[in-house]
Write a protein that binds this ligand. Structure first.
Ligand SMILES: [Zn+2]
Length: 118
């Protein structure tokens, strides 16, 4: 799912995306300069492995994602407290953002109930 960034206005543009059991729902909204705000809720489940015994774990997702997408190079001189994702093709690639958020979650350390109790 891709959105042309220069068509995003102050009126929130809703999106909803599913990836396996994960649900990514939110909106894009023009902020200022070449920045577009992305606000979304990540819910559902993601399959991860126990870091100790590699058993599959179904991790419930409950994340609020808030970041800026920069249409082109981010000049960095604005007082921005959110992460900025730069887009060089003029599009917001929601699949890609969801994918990297899931990868970030998966890169954390998890142990299954068995390992936690031993
Ligand atoms: Zn384990």
């Amino acid at each position: 799912m891709k959105f042309l960034l220069r068509k995003v206005t102050k009126t929130p543009l809703d999106f909803e995306l599913e990836s396996q059991e994960a649900n990514f729902k939110g909106y894009l909204q023009y902020h200022s300069g070449n920045l577009i705000l992305l606000k979304a809720e990540l819910s559902g489940f993601v399959d991860i492995e126990c870091s100790q015994c590699a058993q599959d774990i179904k991790l419930p997702l409950e994340e609020n994602i808030e970041l800026f997408i920069s249409d082109g190079l981010f000049n960095g001189d604005e007082r921005i407290e959110l992460d900025v994702v730069e887009s060089f093709d003029g599009y917001a690639d929601i699949d890609e953002i969801l994918h990297s958020e899931l990868e970030l979650i998966k890169s954390d350390y998890y142990s299954c109930e068995n390992c936690q109790n031993s």
